[in-house]
Design a binder for this molecule. Sequence first.
Ligand code: S3P
Length: 265
Amino acid sequence: MVGLEQYKKQLELCDAQLVSLLEQRLQITENMTEYKKSEGNSILQPEREKQVRKLVKEQLNETKFKDEMFDIYHGIIENSKKIQAKTLFQDNIYMIGFMGCGKSTISNYLNKMLALDVIDMDHYLTKKEGMSVNQIFEKYGEQYWRNLETNLIISMKDYQNKVISCGGGVPMREINVKEMKKNGKVVLLTADPETILARVKHDDSRPLLRGKKNTKDIKELMDIRRPKYEAAADIVINTDDRSIHEIAEEIIYQLTHFNDSMMKD
Ligand code: S3P
């Protein structure tokens, strides 16, 4: 009969094999990402991801502990994505741009594809204050909101490898931009006033767009903000008529080749 000591030994052996296999798997992920990066291949490949998941699912369905195995496999995939992201860039990614330019949508997509943590500033601050942006503006005024934003930016100084989806007004304060530049790259998303209007017209959560949901007013505010947005941006990406996937791919491409293009300039 197998005694307790022998079971313990078997487990130790298994763990050693697992550690070695997992290390191999994660190393392959890193190598593959380096390869894609150097060859300029597309990084996010949702179709390929689906295919791999399907294949593994078929294998896992055959196993005795399939629920637990799925759970473990999910953890492996999430961590592979994290390695992929770390191999591509260490900096934080600050998404800036006019209301409705797609900062939250793109940030969430990057979270899904690269398992990057996202801090949505509007969401974080409204949750912390227990009030909507409209309520905060009404009760305490705009400056109070702007101070909340600045304090939050400063508090994130030790963050790494995160996506920060900024409120549209964040780049208007110089101190915010200075802080963002210390630990991240700033990605400006742009869109025509017509595109913005189409995206925000049924949403009343933005106090600055109250009574201004028309292209003329949107364009006016955009023109005022553009110089600050552009001065803050390391990378500018237009989002008109492009899919979320295309936009995310371009962001990743530009971020991973950022240093190369700086050297050429
Ligand atoms: C603002 C943009 C909003 C929010 C607030 C003020 C702005 O965020 O922070 O309503 O000044 O542009 P989104 O850009 O995420 O809508």
